[in-house]
Design a protein around this ligand. Structure first.
Ligand code: PEP
Ligand code: MN
Length: 399
C-alpha cells in the first residue's frame, strides 16, 4: 500500500484536533517545507543496521519518553547526544561497535491509555498527548489539541538536527582523532501523529520510493501496531529503517505478518523488533515468537526495550521503574535470542542527561515513604546517567 493512503484507514491514538481548517493549513504548510532529514542519511542508517542484524554491531537507542519543547534548545539536544555518546563508548570500550540512535529531536507525541484524566478537584480534562499535540499543564486550556504545535515540533526538530551537526563539526575540528567521537547520531521517534508524518513524506530522488523525512528511523508503538490499521501501512510504505514495539500479548501470527510486510524485500536489519515484555513475562513469551519466525528471525534487528514492561508504582503512588528488573529483562532477552542463534542487537532506553530520580535501584526501595524528589519527566520515568550506564554495562557484559 502507498503510504499516501494512510489517512483514509482507521488509526488509533490520534488527537481530536477539532479545528479542521487550522489542521488543513498546518498540513499544507508542512508539505511545503523542506525535509527534516535527507533520504541519503536514512539509507546510511539502514546500512549500519545491516551490520547489527549480522551480529557485528549493536544499537543504543535512547532519550526521552516525551520530549518537551522547553527542553529542546540547542544545548539540551547536545547534552542528550553527549549522554548517548557516553553510553555507546561504554559498549565500544568492550570492543562492540555501536550505532547511535537518539530518542530525541522530535519525540513529541505520546499514545495514552486514557483519553482524559480527572484532577484532584474532580474536573475531567483531556490527557497530555505530547508537546506536538497539547501542553503538559493540567488545565483544560493547555490540553486543547492545537495543530499549530506540529509546526513548532518541526521547527525544534530542525534546530535539534542543526545542533547535532554543530556538535559533530566541533568534534571533528577539535581533531580528537578518536573515530568513535565522530560516529553519526541518528534521530528517531514514535511515528504516531499521522497528520504530521504524512505531511512530511518525501520522494527519495536517488533511489526511488517514498521516505519519512521527519527522522532517520521511526517506530510504531505497541498500541498502534494493529495489522489492519494505518500505522503499519505507513511503515510498510516508507523506505526508512522502521521499528515495531512487541509486547507480551503479541501472537506468532501477528509477528509473522509484521515481518512479512516490513522486512521482506528490504535490506537485512531494516525492521527492528523492539521487544518490551517485562522481566516477568519475557521468558514465557519471547521464545515462541522467535521460533515461529524461523530463519526470518535473522533478517531483523532485535532490540530490547526493558522500560515499558517494567513500570511500577512506589508506595507513595509515583510511577517508577527498578534498575534490577530492567537488567533482568535485558538478561532474559540476550539469553533467549542466543538460544535461537539470533544476535541481541541492542537496547531501547528512556534516559535523561540530568541526575533525575525517576527510576530506583532495587525493588526494596518501592516500599516505605520514599519520595522521588527530582521527577521531571512529562510521561514515563527515565534512567539517570548513572543508572543508564549500569544498564548498558550489564548488556555489554552479556554480549
Ligand atoms: C514509548 O516508547 O514511550 C511507548 C509508549 O512504548 P510502547 O509503545 O512500547 O508502549
Ligand atoms: Mn515511554
Amino acid at each position: 500500500m502507498l503510504p499516501h493512503a494512510v489517512l483514509e484507514i482507521a488509526a488509533a491514538h490520534q488527537p481530536d484536533w477539532s479545528a479542521p481548517e487550522e489542521l488543513a493549513a498546518v498540513r499544507n504548510e508542512l508539505r511545503a517545507r523542506p525535509p527534516l532529514v535527507d533520504a541519503h542519511s536514512c539509507y546510511a542508517l539502514a546500512g549500519e543496521l545491516e551490520f547489527v542484524a549480522r551480529g557485528e554491531a549493536v544499537v543504543i537507542q535512547a532519550g526521552d519518553c516525551a520530549e518537551l519543547f522547553s527542553d529542546s534548545a540547542r544545548h539540551r539536544v547536545q547534552a542528550k547526544a553527549s549522554q548517548l555518546h557516553h553510553l555507546c563508548e561504554t559498549a565500544e570500550s568492550a570492543g562492540v561497535p555501536t550505532v547511535r540512535i537518539g530518542r530525541f529531536a522530535g519525540q513529541f507525541a505520546k499514545p495514552r491509555s486514557c483519553a482524559t484524566e480527572v484532577l484532584p478537584d474532580g474536573t475531567e480534562i483531556p490527557v497530555y498527548r505530547g508537546d506536538a499535540v497539547n501542553g503538559v499543564s493540567p488545565t483544560a486550556a493547555a490540553r486543547r489539541a492545537d495543530p499549530a504545535r506540529m509546526l513548532t515540533a518541526y521547527d525544534l526538530t530542525a534546530k535539534g538536527l542543526d545542533a547535532l551537526f554543530m556538535r559533530q563539526l566541533l568534534l571533528s575540528e577539535g581533531g580528537s582523532g578518536i573515530s568513535s567521537m565522530l560516529a553519526p547520531t541518528y534521530i528517531s521517534h514514535e511515528a504516531l501523529l499521522l497528520d504530521f508524518e504524512h505531511a512530511l513524506l518525501r520522494q527519495d530522488q536517488a533511489r526511488g520510493g517514498t521516505y519519512a523525512s521527519s527522522a532517520h528511523m521511526v517506530w510504531i508503538g505497541e498500541r498502534t501496531r494493529q495489522l489492519d490499521h494505518a500505522h503499519l501501512a505507513f511503515a510498510e510504505g516508507i523506505t526508512n529503517p522502521v521499528g515495531v514495539k512487541i509486547g507480551p500479548n503479541a501472537t506468532p501470527e501477528e509477528l509473522i505478518a509484521i515481518v512479512d510486510r516490513l522486512a521482506t524485500g528490504h535490506r537485512r536489519g531494516r525492521l527492528s523488533l523492539i521487544v518490551r515484555m517485562g522481566a516477568e513475562k519475557i521468558a514465557g513469551r519471547l521464545p515462541a515468537l522467535v521460533a515461529a519466525l524461523g530463519t526470518a528471525a535473522g533478517q531483523v534487528t532485535w532490540l530490547c526495550d526493558p522500560m515499558h514492561g517494567n513500570t511500577r508504582k512506589t508506595a507513595a503512588g509515583q510511577k517508577t521503574r527498578v534498575v534490577t528488573e530492567i537488567q533482568a529483562e535485558v538478561g532474559h532477552f540476550c539469553r533467549i535470542l542466543r538460544e535461537h542463534g539470533v544476535h541481541p542487537g541492542g537496547l531501547h532506553l528512556e534516559v535523561s542527561p540530568d541526575p533525575v530520580t525517576e527510576c530506583v535501584g532495587t525493588a526494596a526501595e518501592l516500599t516505605g515513604a520514599l519520595e522521588l524528589d527530582r521527577y521531571e519527566s512529562a510521561c514515563d520515568p527515565r534512567l539517570n546517567p548513572v543508572q543508564a550506564q549500569q544498564v548498558v554495562r550489564h548488556f555489554t557484559r552479556l554480549l
